[in-house]
Design a protein around this ligand. Structure first.
Ligand code: ATP
Length: 384
C-alpha cells in the first residue's frame, strides 16, 4: 500500500531510522518512520483511505501518523534539512533531501534508509557507514558537533547501547565525555531531557548501568552530580525485584521515576522547578527526604487503622520506594498495607449512616473507622 500510493501520488518515500536498523538486526519494532519527498498531505490522506484508518496531520511540522489496527505505528515526515551553524558540521557530499535528513540524525546506525516507492524500491541508503557500524556493534555520531547541537543524544546513546548491547566508537566516546564535561546545558529544555531520561529508565536496569553512568555522568544535564558506583547496584537490584513483583500483579507503575530516585537518592525540590513534571511526579522524586520520618512512624504505628492512615495518602510509587528503603518489621508493615489493607474497603459510606439516623459530624468517621477495623480483623482471622 505504501508503495502503490507513493507511485500514484508521485512522491518519494523512504523507510528511515530505528526500523531499518532493527530490520537488519532482526529485532522486533512496531514503529515505522517514513520520510516523504513530495506532497505529504495528499499522500497521507490517500493512505488513510486505503488502510481505512484515521490519520493525524500537523501542517506546521508537516508530519503525520497512522495507527494500524495490527499494532503498527506509521509516522510520516518530510525531509528535514536544517543548516548547522558550525561550518565543520556541513556534509561534503552532493546531497538530496534524504541525505540531509539522515545527516541530522543521532547515530550512524539510525541514519539508514530504504526506498519504498517503485523508483527506489529496496535501495538501501547508507551514506555514513551505518551498516559497517551495525556489523561492529558500534554507536558512532555523524559529526563532531552532534552532542553540542543536541545533548539529549547522549542519553539516547546510553539507551541504545543498553538495548542493542553496542558500545561507543572511540571518538564518539570521547565526544560524549567532552560534551558532558564542557558543555553548557543551561539553555536546553529540561522537559526534553527529562523525556529522554524517562525512556532510558523505563526499562529494567542491569549491572551495566552503573558502569555507564560512571563513565558518562549524564545527570550533569540536569545540573546534578550524584555518586554512582558499583555499591549502588545492591539497591538497584532490590528495586528491580520489587518492580518485577508488582509489574506481574499488573500494577501500573511509573518505573522510570523509581529508578531516578534510587540512582539519585532523591532530588531537592528547588532543582525540579523547570523539569516540566506534575506535582505527583515531583513528590516521588523528593520522597527520600521524608522517608526516615515515615520509617519512624512505621515503627510505632502498630494497628492496621494507624497504618492505613499513615500510608493511604501516598502514591503507588512512594509505597514501592518505602519497600525499597525499609527492612524487617517496617517493610512487613508496608507489604501488609499494599497487599491487603489498601484493598479493604467498605460497602457503606457516611451518607448511608446519616440515612440510618446518625447525626452528621465526627462520629460518622469514627463509626466508619470501627467498621473498617472490624472488617480487617475478620479478614485477618480468615487469612490466618
Ligand atoms: P528508534 O531508534 O528505535 O526508533 P526511538 O523510539 O528513540 O528509537 P524516535 O525517538 O521515534 O526513536 O526517533 C526516530 C528516529 O529519529 C531515530 O532512529 C533517530 O534516527 C532520529 N532521532 C530521534 N531523536 C533524535 C535526536 N535527538 N537527534 C537526532 N536524531 C534523532
Amino acid at each position: 500500500v505504501i508503495r502503490r500510493e507513493a507511485d500514484k501520488h508521485d512522491v518519494r518515500v523512504y523507510l528511515v531510522g530505528g526500523m531499518v536498523r532493527d530490520l537488519i538486526l532482526g529485532l522486533e519494532n512496531n514503529d515505522l518512520d517514513f520520510m516523504v519527498e513530495g506532497n505529504i498531505k495528499y499522500y497521507l490522506r490517500a493512505l488513510s483511505r486505503t488502510f481505512e484508518e484515521n490519520y493525524t496531520y500537523n501542517d506546521k511540522f508537516k508530519t503525520g501518523r497512522i495507527r494500524l489496527n495490527s499494532g503498527y505505528n506509521l509516522d510520516f515526515a518530510v525531509a528535514r534539512s536544517e543548516v548547522y551553524t558550525s561550518p565543520g558540521a556541513l556534509p561534503e557530499v552532493e546531497t538530496g533531501e534524504i541525505v540531509e535528513d539522515l545527516f541530522r540524525r543521532d547515530f550512524t546506525v539510525n541514519a539508514l534508509a530504504i526506498g519504498v516507492d517503485s523508483q527506489n524500491w529496496g535501495t538501501l541508503i547508507d551514506f555514513f557507514g551505518g551498516i559497517h557500524d551495525i556489523e561492529h556493534k558500534k554507536l558512532r555520531v555523524l559529526h563532531r558537533f552532534s552532542f553540542l547541537d543536541d545533548p539529549t543524544r547522549i542519553i539516547r546513546g546510553l539507551r541504545l547501547a543498553l538495548r542493542l548491547g553496542f558500545s561507543f566508537q572511540d571518538k564518539t566516546n570521547l565526544l560524549m565525555k567532552e560534551a558532558l564535561k564542557f558543555g553548557n546545558f543551561k539553555r536546553i529544555s529540561k522537559p526534553r531531557i527529562i523525556k529522554e531520561f524517562s525512556l532510558l529508565f523505563s526499562k529494567k536496569m542491569d549491572r551495566r548501568i552503573t558502569g555507564l553512568l560512571k563513565q558518562f555522568p549524564i545527570f550533569h544535564l540536569l545540573d546534578l552530580d550524584p555518586r554512582v558506583d558499583e555499591s549502588k547496584f545492591s539497591i538497584i537490584k532490590r528495586a528491580e525485584c520489587i518492580l518485577d513483583y508488582f509489574r506481574q500483579k499488573n500494577y501500573n507503575i511509573k518505573e522510570w521515576l523509581i529508578r531516578m530516585v534510587v540512582l539519585l537518592d532523591g532530588v531537592e525540590e528547588k532543582k525540579l522547578a523547570n523539569w516540566g513534571l506534575n506535582r505527583g511526579e515531583r513528590e516521588i522524586l523528593t520522597f527520600p527526604s521524608v522517608i526516615d520520618t515515615i520509617i519512624d512512624k512505621l515503627r510505632t504505628n502498630s494497628t492496621p487503622l494507624k497504618l492505613k492512615k499513615l500510608l493511604e495518602g501516598f502514591t503507588l510509587e512512594q509505597i514501592l520506594l518505602l519497600l525499597i528503603y525499609t527492612e524487617g518489621k517496617e517493610r512487613k508493615q508496608v507489604y501488609k498495607y499494599i497487599n491487603y489493607l489498601s484493598k479493604v474497603d467498605l460497602k457503606i459510606n457516611g451518607h448511608d449512616l446519616i440515612e440510618l439516623g446518625l447525626k452528621p459530624g465526627p462520629v460518622i468517621k469514627e463509626v466508619l473507622d470501627k467498621v473498617w477495623e472490624a472488617k480487617v480483623d475478620n479478614g485477618l482471622k480468615t487469612r490466618e
